[in-house]
Design a binder for this molecule. Structure first.
Ligand code: PCA
Length: 327
């Protein structure tokens, strides 16, 4: 639901964006919505990217990061960039699989389960992803993976049978489907709102990284984290293609150099944050460890179903990505 302040802010930004474009030669102010908490590594990396762009363009492009979904909620960020309500923003594209199955390349269970494999998978998917985004008036600047995804509960869970009926917070199509196939009840909730959802019992479990559980202090409501390493989903920073074509060649080169740095720094931060946040969950009182053999084998069976469903939906392009990944 859009709030009044959200609507007012969006209107003000559209006006500011128009002004900035018409006043060529002056500093352009770019508002950059991001969905996750300011202390999360993606958001911190976004602020560093903005600093790099400001320096690299001699102040001509001045990006302000708005973390925690404060300007637009995660689910609305992609559309806001496409339609020019904001020039730039960050979004988890696997949340838009209903537009194009390729957007879910990174959430196919057990296809790529480590940072190295996920980098290979992303490299295989990138050209296809960029051409789909180009048709949507979006230019991809950089992408950063979340740490491996594991399962959170408020009780011990050793098999899929133990998951029956649990209220499960989903963040994209794959997580909602996982809930259905495991007999849980999916409820879509943005990361910014999960602490409250767990505290009030609207949700009782989720699949996510240690990072998100740590950022949202979920040990206040949940007790167990099982390392499943199901997949590593990506956040993508994208710019509106009309805005991008108005950027000078020099400034484009500066921004692309900053994007490369942000991709590399973001990956390193994601790796470093993995162990740090699992330790943090433990320090918060949670039981953190590998899933039982039974749970792993149950989940792998569901993974096969979801892989087949994704391949079917993603067609030739999806198959080409998986083939390139395996080669
Ligand atoms: N955190 C995000 C997406 C994946 C992750 O690790 C979330 O839970 O919304």
């Amino acid at each position: 639901m859009k709030t009044l302040t959200g609507l007012l802010a969006a209107t003000a930004i559209t006006a500011a964006g128009t002004l900035a474009v018409s006043a060529a030669g002056h500093a352009e102010k770019w508002d950059m919505p991001m969905a996750y908490s300011a202390s999360n590594f993606h958001s911190e990396n976004g602020v560093k990217f903005a600093d790099c762009v400001r320096a690299g363009t001699d102040g001509a492009i001045d990006i302000t990061v708005h973390a925690s979904g404060s300007l637009f909620k995660g689910a609305d960020i992609k559309r806001a960039i496409q339609t020019g309500q904001v020039p730039i923003g960050e979004r988890l594209l696997s949340g838009h699989q209903n537009e194009n199955a390729i957007f879910g390349f990174d959430s196919v269970p057990f296809l790529a389960t480590s940072f190295d494999e996920s980098a290979k998978l992303f490299a295989a998917a990138r050209p296809t992803l960029e051409s789909i985004l180009a048709d949507q008036n979006l230019t991809l600047l950089y992408s950063v993976p979340w740490p491996p995804q594991g399962l959170y509960f408020k009780k011990e869970v050793n098999s899929v049978a133990d998951m029956e009926g649990i209220k499960f917070r989903s963040y994209n199509n794959a997580t909602a489907r996982l809930a259905e196939l495991t007999g849980m009840a999916p409820v879509s909730i943005e990361a910014a709102e999960i602490s409250q959802a767990f505290a009030t019992g609207v949700a009782e479990s989720m699949i996510s990284s240690g990072a998100t559980g740590y950022d949202r202090k979920v040990w206040e409501s949940l007790t167990h984290f099982y390392e499943v390493d199901a997949w590593l989903p990506y956040n993508h920073v994208m710019v509106n293609s009309d805005v991008w074509s108005g950027v000078s060649e020099d400034n484009k080169a500066a921004i692309l150099a900053c994007a490369d740095t942000a991709a590399a720094d973001g990956l390193e931060a994601s790796k470093a944050y993995t162990q740090f946040t699992l330790d943090g969950l433990r320090a918060g009182g949670m039981t953190v460890g590998p899933a039982s053999d039974q749970l792993v084998s149950d989940l792998k069976e569901i993974g096969v179903i979801m892989t087949n469903e994704w391949l079917e939906a993603a067609g030739e392009q999806g198959k080409a990505i998986v083939d390139a990944f395996h080669n």
